[in-house]
Design a protein around this ligand. Structure first.
Ligand code: PGA
Length: 257
């Protein structure tokens, strides 16, 4: 197993979300101009709810920070109800005090889209780089939309989605046929340059992917496993997502509630 990744295990998803939110709040309070990397999907929704509550109680301000999201579906504009820009507006940005021009989500409809990928990388660099990146993990071990087999040094680019990712994300769409087949995503190389990474996973459907990421050597078939090649990575799990970790790994983990 990795000796570098800090593993925290909560008894349930609510407590895992509170723990991640508290890390983000502490980092933002320490550095109001922090550059945050943000994620979409079911997993971070609870984290954003806690952050919104703190901001609305005036215990936290996002006014000076900058955010970069991991990915966006190709073909879905910002107003599409399943675009990740829309997700971020309704789950976080519309309820906090961050100016919209400090929030960045890859553009899924711009033409030519390849140029916008290079621009996204340049923008991240110009901001000083991502200080704290939130990640989920796919059932197949993907991080952002970097599917198994992705280049561990990859940069922001247009990628195809696997059938398993399309099937997993179909729950958010009226029909599986409506799920886009391509996305713009930060590459694994982009993600690995963040100064600190918090990967959150909840539910038994993530247990296999989490165990594969943390036990054994980095493996191109498990994109998340490349997180073990660096320092400053934290996995925050609930008990179900931790269920397939070895006893030795569990013993090295911190219980957080
Ligand atoms: P989820 O997605 O949070 O909706 O499970 C995570 C991911 O695919 O990275």
């Amino acid at each position: 197993m990795s000796h570098q990744v800090e593993i925290r295990i909560a008894s349930n998803a609510v407590n895992a979300s509170k723990n991640v939110a508290s890390d983000f709040a502490t980092a933002l309070q320490a550095n109001p101009k922090i550059v945050l990397g943000l994620a979409t999907g079911g997993t971070p929704v609870g984290v954003y709810q806690h952050l919104v509550a703190l901001c609305q109680a005036q215990k936290l301000s996002f006014r000076q920070c900058t955010t970069y999201n991991l990915d966006e579906y190709v073909g879905l504009g910002p107003d599409h109800h399943q675009s990740y820009r829309h997700f971020m507006q309704v789950n976080l940005f519309d309820h906090i005090d961050i100016p919209t021009n400090q929030t960045f989500v890859p553009d899924g409809v711009v033409n030519p889209i390849e140029d916008s990928c290079a621009d996204y990388e340049s923008s991240i660099k110009a901001s000083g780089g991502i200080d704290l990146q939130l990640l989920g993990i796919g059932e197949n071990g993907h991080i952002a939309f970097n599917e198994p087999g992705s280049d561990p040094k990859g940069r922001t680019s247009v990628v195809g989605l696997t059938d398993s990712t399309i099937a997993a994300n179909a729950r958010f769409f009226d029909s599986i046929d409506d799920v886009p087949r391509e996305a713009v995503t930060m590459g694994i190389g982009t993600i690995l340059e963040s100064r600190r990474v918090v990967l959150m996973a909840t539910g038994g459907n993530k247990a296999e992917a989490v165990a594969r990421a943390l036990e054994g050597l980095p493996d191109i078939d498990s994109p998340a496993s490349f997180l073990t090649t660096r320092e400053n990575v934290i996995f925050v799990l609930d008990k179900d997502a931790a269920a397939k970790l070895s006893d030795a790994t569990i013993q090295s983990a911190k219980e957080i509630d």
